[in-house]
Design a protein around this ligand. Structure first.
Ligand SMILES: *Cc1c(COP(=O)(O)O)cnc(C)c1O
Length: 361
């Protein structure tokens, strides 16, 4: 096997090694089928078990109970920007949005394209999306309140979810889904592109409260209706079988090896604390997000100059630390430390950052 690097990519991102190894070990002959899981029918018993396991593990990890459906929808988180207002808005009532960055902005745009009555009830745009807004004033009769739980590009995260004043929460949880436990009850819809924290690219995992399924008007095309997915266990048409399979392996690792979301959250807090403490103690690196809004998943920082940033990213890669370049829209550096990026990786990064600083300083 070639050398595996410490992977700090923002997405597609690191996957847990035990999940990859399990995939490798059963790649050519999936559970005695004589085929790989890439080759079996989605109508087979083998795949039925895979998708049911992915759904059941999601339910158990979050304690969802019977009030929610777990769906897999292709088109990534970006298609959810469109499907959420299409299915969940209500005639004559506004939809509330909180704007905390590029992904929220895109979600707002998709609702506006559909001529929904969009109210941006809070925004952090005034200071370059470097913080999570404090108190917000929801519209009294909003159909829902949409927010982005973790802002992958700017490195901010809601430590506590917003209060929608009784309206269901609709959340883009792409980059911190299953990184910590939370109470699902205030949520009408949660969606997450798989490629950040739970699997490879090619599907969004969608959690919808069952009563929300009744909202969709009759003129929505079949493939854009949540009910189509809910009624057919996400198999109205061929789903992204391999993605769902890898998700099931990642969730198995999360449940059985890590030991659940409390444990995962503890590890994630420890990783982020180590990195932020190092950054704060250095006069060389500078965090870009307000301290109280910092993300435990995407740690964004700058060096004294762009030249040094480029050098930092290149030398880090030579040392086996990959994916540290910031998003192309904002520059700088970013270490994405999702569930699958271990404490060992963060320790190696902190050590490298210290050495790099000493060499330049
Ligand atoms: C990556 C990301 C998206 C876009 O996901 P796609 O699956 O590529 O559509 C949306 N929202 C957030 C928060 C993200 O991190």
């Amino acid at each position: 096997m070639g050398r595996r690097i410490y992977n700090f990519n923002a997405g597609p991102a690191a996957l847990p090694l035990p999940a990859l190894e399990e995939m490798q070990s059963e790649l050519l002959d999936y559970k005695g089928s004589g085929m790989s899981i890439l080759e079996v029918s989605h109508r087979s018993k083998w795949f039925d078990d895979v998708i049911n396991e992915a759904v059941e593990r999601t339910r158990r990890l979050l304690g969802l109970g019977d009030a929610f459906d777990v769906l897999f929808v292709q088109g990534g988180a970006s298609l959810q920007f469109c499907m959420a207002p299409m299915n969940l808005s209500l005639p004559g009532r506004p939809v509330d949005y909180v704007n905390t960055g590029a992904w929220s902005t895109k979600a707002i745009k998709e609702a506006r394209i559909q001529e929904k009555d969009v109210r941006v009830v809070a925004s952090s745009e005034d200071r370059g999306f470097s913080y999570i807004p404090g108190k917000l004033t929801p519209s009294p009769n909003a159909a829902y309140l949409h927010f982005t739980s973790n802002n992958t590009i700017k490195g901010t995260q809601w430590a506590q979810f917003p209060d929608a004043g009784g309206a269901p929460l609709v959340c883009d949880m792409s980059s911190d889904f299953l990184s910590r436990p939370f109470d699902a009850r205030p949520f009408g819809l949660i969606y997450a592109g798989a490629q950040k924290n739970i699997g490879p690219a090619g599907s969004a995992l969608v959690i919808i409260r069952k009563d929300m399924l009744e909202r969709g008007p009759k003129d929505i095309p079949t493939m854009l209706r949540y009910t189509t997915y809910a009624e057919k266990n996400s198999m109205f048409n061929t789903p992204s079988c391999v993605v769902i399979y890898v998700i099931s392996l990642v969730l198995k690792w999360l449940e059985e090896t890590v030991g659940g979301l409390e444990k995962m959250a503890e590890i994630n807090r420890e990783k982020a604390a180590m990195l932020y403490e190092f950054i704060d103690g250095s006069g060389f690196y500078r965090g870009t997000a307000d301290k109280e809004s910092r993300s435990l998943m995407n740690v964004t920082f700058r060096l004294p100059s762009e030249d040094l940033e480029n050098k930092f990213v290149a030398e880090a890669l030579q040392e086996g630390l990959g994916g540290l370049k910031g998003h192309r829209s904002v520059g700088g550096c970013r270490a994405s430390i999702y569930n699958a990026t271990g404490i060992d990786a963060v320790k190696a990064l902190v050590q490298f950052m210290g050495e790099f600083e000493r060499k330049q300083g």
